[in-house]
Design a protein around this ligand. Structure first.
Ligand SMILES: C[S@@+](CC[C@H](N)C(=O)[O-])C[C@H]1O[C@@H](n2cnc3c(N)ncnc32)[C@H](O)[C@@H]1O
Length: 447
């Protein structure tokens, strides 16, 4: 690493350039070493606060436009980069992203990418990166014209996913891909234990934060301009939480009463755990498989000053966590393909594969079958995913209903214009400047 690569903050902390850290993050994603959010949270502190927006823009941007940038790059390379050189590939993709979508001058984008080869001690690749980017600058119209009919380029999604969306949602293809390719709005949940939505609007307006009410969740506010959470008044005292509007619906659809025993079966990071507890005084058990994600649930609960029995366990291993007392209500927010929240997790465009969906449907089926055993007769289970794929949603429920005569599907208390009524439950598709994609179905156990 050369010293051109680092800068000193006022407090003499050694910071790296945004582009240097972006290369680490993107090559980590290309090597499937973790999601964009995991990689970013690991590395974001290596650049100064001032440069964090640039780092995020590069990382989110490259992931969001990856299907197109990747096709552009591959069309100019004689052979793809080996895995050992994914850092170089990341530098090239960042260079292309800067040229296409950022206001970086073209010559600076090329120079920075070539400079990166030196920082990576791979000077041998400088000529290649220089040649590819300069060729793109000369021939971009022809290059783009030669690949633009590819589905991955036309829709900026992986080909397999375009096929699925066309199959499941032919009339909504454009809406879905446009939403997925856009920047998500910042949506917050107002904690009604502290303040009403009307009062919250006034408090936020006083701070210069303009908001708009969401149409479906009565506690949702969209911020006209995103802010850092610590700019939200009384955030540390639990007045607000950042949560998409469609995710906020879960706590309303599971019609809770005070005193009920409730299971949050797949709880981390605890967005819905907190909301369930904000709504009613319930005895909540929150189960989460990944120990490292438990801290997030506890952090959320502490901030909201709410309590739950938070357990680290595989919810399918009942012996390890269940005391045999039935639950009145269960929220099963199942692990899923996250195809409804691609705009918030654009790395899905790089690493999600069709086989993941197959594996996830098996996991969802097992969790659903297992937690159903812990539901009291007459109790209700809300099945939720942030997927838009029918095999994880309506088909999953269809299969469950066919095999569980004690399960009855219940009407969801949602207005008709909220999402699309499907064979079982309701499918919300991602909308630009509005909610994410989500699926809900409510089941009741016969007495
Ligand atoms: C969609 S996320 C849940 C989001 C959460 N409900 C919220 O609103 O913040 C699914 C979670 O289920 C967890 N999970 C996956 N398999 C599990 C299992 N067998 N037992 C418990 N948790 C599991 C994942 O680690 C992940 O944190």
């Amino acid at each position: 690493m050369t010293d051109k690569n680092v800068s000193f903050s006022e407090s003499s902390v050694l910071y790296l350039k945004a582009r240097t850290v972006a290369i680490t993050v993107i090559s980590g994603i290309l090597q499937n070493h973790g999601s964009l959010s995991t990689q970013l949270s690991k590395h974001v502190g290596r650049v100064s606060n001032d440069h964090q927006p640039k780092l995020k823009e590069m990382c989110f941007g490259v992931c969001r436009w990856f299907p197109k940038l990747n096709s552009i790059a591959l069309s100019m390379l004689q052979q793809p980069f080996e895995e050992d050189d994914y850092d170089l590939y990341a530098a090239l993709l960042i260079g292309l992203y800067q040229i296409e979508y950022m206001d970086t001058p073209d010559h600076a984008a090329v120079n920075e990418a070539v400079e990166a080869t030196k920082e990576l001690n791979k000077d041998w690749a400088g000529k290649l990166i220089n040649a590819v980017l300069r060729r793109y600058l000369r021939e971009c119209d022809d290059i783009v014209a030669s690949i633009e009919s590819m589905p991955s380029v036309e829709y900026v999604h992986p080909k397999w996913l375009v096929k699925r969306i066309k199959k499941h949602w032919p009339a909504h293809l454009e809406t879905i891909v446009d939403a997925n390719n856009s920047h998500p709005p910042m949506c917050i949940r107002v904690n009604q234990r502290h303040v009403s939505r009307e009062t919250a609007i006034d408090i936020l307006t006083e701070q210069g934060i303009d908001t708009e009410k969401g149409d479906f969740s009565p506690v949702s506010l969209y911020l006209k301009k995103p802010v850092r959470v610590n700019q939200l008044p009384n955030f540390d005292f639990g007045y607000f939480s950042v949560q998409d509007e469609s995710a906020q619906l879960a706590a309303f659809l599971l019609d809770l009463s005070n005193g009920e025993k409730v299971l949050d079966a797949c709880a981390a990071p605890g967005g819905k755990t907190g909301h369930l507890l904000e709504r009613k005084d319930i005895a909540l058990t929150a189960v989460e498989l990944e120990s490292w994600r438990l801290d997030k649930i506890n952090e959320n609960l502490e901030r909201l000053d709410l309590t739950a029995d938070v357990i680290c366990a595989d919810v399918c291993d009942l012996d390890s966590w269940w005391d045999g007392q039935f639950f009145d209500k269960i929220l099963l927010d199942a692990p899923c393909s996250a195809t409804g929240v691609i705009r918030r997790n654009p790395d899905i465009k790089i690493n999600r594969k069709p086989n993941d969906v197959v594996e996830l449907t098996v996991i969802q089926k097992n969790i659903l079958e297992t937690v159903w055993k812990t539901l009291a007769p007459g109790g209700q289970l809300l099945y939720a995913t942030c997927s838009i794929l029918e095999e994880e949603n309506t088909l999953q429920i269809e299969h469950f209903l066919e095999n569980h005569v004690d399960a009855i599907e219940k009407e969801l208390s949602l207005p008709d214009d909220c999402g699309i009524k499907v064979a079982h439950g309701r499918q919300l598709l991602p909308q630009q400047q509005s909610h994410d994609g989500f699926y809900y179905c409510l089941l009741e156990k016969s007495v």
